[in-house]
Design a protein around this ligand. Structure first.
Ligand code: F3S
Length: 282
């Protein structure tokens, strides 16, 4: 029988669990509940919330047009102007932004008056868009070593570096080394979430000792995609699936151990389904 090694860190992190629990609680309690952007990057969870009558609001224009109800502000955080808009319009809202992301908002809000903020992250990710929205002066966003090498500050202000919470730890270190070599006046606040770090190192460790590895997560979830990249480097037979139906891995007699991990926005029941399937079919 195949041995299954499931990562202890697989699935919801603290911030996502808090946001999802609150979303389901409010869905029962409130008559008219909206979420501004998906609460988390997982289609399954969003489908279940929609079934409970929760409506998705996708733009600031739509938000401004609301005349009632309660708005849930997502775990990745929103720009400051969104909160100002809701306050001005008198619209009820519940902010389920993860406290670790909130901490970054506080840092950039404080530092961006005097310093140039550099965010190491994906500029299109809602979390980064949210962080940019708390900077008093425009922030720079860098996501690769090349971009860091090419970067030159626009003025002689000191630099304050923060990171998207789910950014790859090793790449972050490499980017900081590039900055060090350039001898900029830099303050670094390592805002990569510990949950992500533990998640990534456990995935790497398991992928390094199994015959096949399964990473479960939504294709839109950046931390899930990163887990996949990390595992793929350690194990050729790594598959990235959203649910059990996406699994193409088959037992050909050479698989004795299977590792399983899942992105921070993957619900537990999806992980259990995959475990059951592997136990049955392998
Ligand atoms: Fe928060 Fe870390 Fe999760 S920042 S949302 S606990 S990955």
């Amino acid at each position: 029988m195949v041995e299954i090694i499931t990562a202890e860190t697989a699935g919801f992190c603290f911030g996502v669990k808090k946001a999802v629990d609150e979303a389901f609680r409010l869905a029962e309690e409130k008559k008219e509940l909206y979420t501004y952007g998906p609460v988390i990057h997982n289609d399954e969870v969003m489908r279940r919330l929609t079934e409970k009558g929760v409506k998705l609001v996708e733009s600031e224009e739509e938000l401004a047009a609301l005349s009632g109800g309660t708005v849930l502000l997502r775990s990745h955080g929103v720009p400051k102007r969104v909160i100002t808009l809701l306050d001005e319009k008198g619209i009820d809202y519940v902010d389920v932004c993860c406290p670790f992301v909130k901490r970054i908002h506080g840092i950039v809000d404080r530092e961006s008056g005097e310093k140039q903020i550099v965010i190491i992250g994906n500029p299109k990710h809602p979390e980064v868009e949210g962080i940019m929205g708390w900077c008093r002066t425009p922030a720079e966003v860098l996501s690769t070593e090349e971009e860091a090498s090419e970067y030159t500050p626009k003025d002689d202000r000191a630099i304050c570096v923060v990171a998207q919470t789910t950014f790859n730890h090793n790449l972050f270190k490499k980017i900081l080394e590039i900055f060090e070599k350039k001898s900029y006046d830099v303050t670094v606040v390592d805002t990569i979430c510990n949950a992500t770090f533990r998640h990534q190192s456990e995935a790497r460790e398991i992928a390094g000792r199994v015959d096949a590895m399964i990473v479960i997560g939504d294709t839109k979830s950046s931390n899930s995609r990163k887990l996949y990249e990390i595992c793929r480097k350690e194990c050729d037979r790594t598959e990235f699936i959203q649910t059990v139906s996406g699994l193409t891995l088959v037992q050909d007699g050479s698989i004795h151990t299977v590792g399983i991990t899942a992105g921070a926005s993957t619900p537990n029941y999806i992980i259990e389904e995959v475990q059951k399937h592997v136990r049955r079919e392998f």
